[in-house]
Write a protein of this length. Sequence first.
Length: 288
Amino acid sequence: GSHDSFSFYIDEASPVGPEQPETVQNFVSVFGTVAKKLMRKWLATQTMNFTSQLGAGIRYFDLRISTKPRDPDNELYFAHGLFSAKVKEGLEEINAFLGDHPKEVIFLDFNHFYGMQKYHHEKLVQMLKDTYGNKMCPAIFAHEVSLQYLWEKEHQVLVFYHSPVALEVPFLWPGQMMPAPWANTTDPEKLIQFLQASITERRKKGSFFISQVVLTPKASTVVKGVASGLRETITERALPAMMQWVRTQKPGESGVNIITADFVELGDFISTVIKLNYDLDEGEDDTT
């Protein structure tokens, strides 16, 4: 999976997202475009677009949705500090891949919503219906979801929706079915301890589970590496230790399920995670 999957495109001309603290809003109001260019270096956690991510093997997408202040069209956008592409365009791009690859299955995890009223959620639900239709798998018990089941039903998309709206729509899986504990640290050692502890306490039976191999910069980290950005200052330096942890994992009921990272093309992250699946063939029958 990819963390902040849509952030390959961040619009420096857009206003700052409504979830950003007042300090960031003030910074941008004083320094304008220069501030946004610097912000982009820390907000963009991916360089590949959806099609490239899918082609490389990514099957889980972390999606955060926002309305844009004073937008006359009331559009929905992907957002991470600044605004990214329109949601409709992103969903259609993913659907084009699914049309060409009818046996592939993806997870769409809508886990943050900013500035959204009831009618915005209704708009997003309708957008999902219009784009994916019967490709979406209705929410059932997670342990019943096997590739065989999905292929028989011709389902290719599982949509997780972290809002009470999910309880009203059969094809939305409740957010608690996709827990993603967050280490919130810049220290690779602390991250690995956190990941290991999370695996030990593993998912309640009947849910999926995300291990976020992701380091989060503190304000002081950003100030020190303001012109370098997230990739150079943190991700690349920590990559060897994080990849070592990934290589030693086992998939299955008491192991890893979905693993997400920043800049998924770095190193051999994708191929390493894919290889873990082959451990299931060696004796553990786990349908999730």
